[in-house]
Design a protein around this ligand. Structure first.
Ligand SMILES: CSC[C@H]1O[C@H](OP(=O)(O)O)[C@H](O)[C@@H]1O
Length: 344
């Protein structure tokens, strides 16, 4: 079946990904034909956002099985699985999707395996959109009428199977008439906030004000922010949360100012295998992302750079974790396992 979302177009047996590196000034769709191309698209952030990465990886593996045809089998897909798994290390959704498709594959081979993987990838895509809509309702109910929110990075339709996680709550609150507006942090160095979130919210007619990341503290001190709402790339068993670099800073500022700090993520982002955030592998990306802005050098070419793409926020700084199952409220935000088990 064909499934279209903001960043991912599946045509039943072929895949297109919106090149998010070029937004908002250019809309270019790339055709992805196999697992190697899917892995490259994830690594180079053509497609990004934890849930979208998982969906793209699932389609990438299904396409590889389709390419193998009668020779398709789980052993024959081992290299493709490793190639996809090595594309980016932090978003657990990538590994969750690959593990789910491997379970689906089982002993199937040939056309039976191809069809099973395609159908499972399609289900992952559709389930994510449904999860985001449920998350949106749960999260919007946490907000006071007329709330002004601060958000970081991009957690919208571009980062998921549609609607979004934190941005999905923002969309649901706007639809419910309870949202006054949003401050969006630009999110250096990759500028997901200024390039993607502002674009999504303006397209939806949702009041958004773009700010430099360094403005967040002053906005909170001025009493302009009613809640901070962010996404996640991996939430460990105790509620520690990996998200875009700068998230931890926002959590500390929110705590200092007594402002609710809300994390929104589907169950596919919960990692019951890791006991706490100290075990999360934090991706470090090329220094050119810091030394340049949109490819234009701004720092000396030989300047050393430290460029972690994520940081970890301890559960103690999180007011609520919102999933499609419901809300884990502080001080129980460490009770992720119980939440996961309740959802089965
Ligand atoms: C719902 S997206 C979750 C998460 O993914 C983003 O990272 P990236 O743009 O590097 O893939 C960001 O951390 C979002 O909060």
């Amino acid at each position: 079946m064909a499934i279209n979302s903001a960043a991912i177009r599946w045509h039943g047996n072929s895949l297109e990904l919106l090149d998010q590196r070029l937004l908002p000034t250019q809309t270019v769709w790339l055709t992805i034909s196999d697992s190697q191309q899917a892995a490259n698209a994830i690594r180079e952030m053509v497609v990004r956002g934890a849930p979208a990465i998982g969906i793209a990886a699932a389609y990438g593996l299904a396409l590889e099985a389709q390419r193998l045809g009668d020779n398709a089998s789980l052993p024959a897909l081992a290299t493709a699985i490793e190639c996809l798994a090595s594309s980016r290390p932090t978003a657990v959704n990538l590994f969750w999707a690959l593990e789910r498709l491997q379970r689906t594959a089982g002993e199937r081979t040939g056309s039976e395996l191809v069809q099973a993987l395609i159908e499972d990838a399609e289900s992952i895509h559709q389930e994510d959109l449904a999860a985001n809509r449920r998350m949106g309702e749960f999260g919007a109910a946490l907000l006071s009428p007329g709330a002004t929110l601060y958000t970081h990075c991009n957690t919208g339709a571009l980062a998921t199977g549609g609607h979004g996680t934190a941005l999905g709550i923002i969309r649901s609150a706007w639809e419910a008439g309870t949202l006054a507006g949003v401050y969006a942090g630009e999110t250096r160095p990759w500028l997901q906030g200024s390039r993607l979130t502002s674009w999504e919210l303006l397209n939806d007619g949702i009041p958004v004000t773009l700010v430099a990341d360094s403005s967040a503290g002053q906005l909170m001190a001025q009493g302009k922010i009613d809640a901070v709402i962010v996404g996640a790339d991996r939430i460990t068993a105790n509620g520690d949360t990996a998200n875009k670099i700068g998230t931890y800073t926002l959590a500390v500022l929110a705590k200092h100012h007594g402002i609710p700090f809300i994390v929104a993520a589907p169950l596919s982002t919960l990692d019951s295998e890791l006991p706490d955030g100290s075990h999360i592998v934090i991706e470090e990306r090329d220094g050119s992302e810091i030394r340049q802005i949109q490819g234009k050098p701004v720092a000396p070419a030989h300047c050393p750079v430290y460029n972690p793409a994520f940081d970890v926020t301890p559960a103690s700084l999180i007011s609520a974790i919102v999933t499609e199952r419901g809300v884990i409220d502080a001080p129980d935000t460490s009770k992720v396992l119980a939440h996961l088990q309740a959802s089965h």
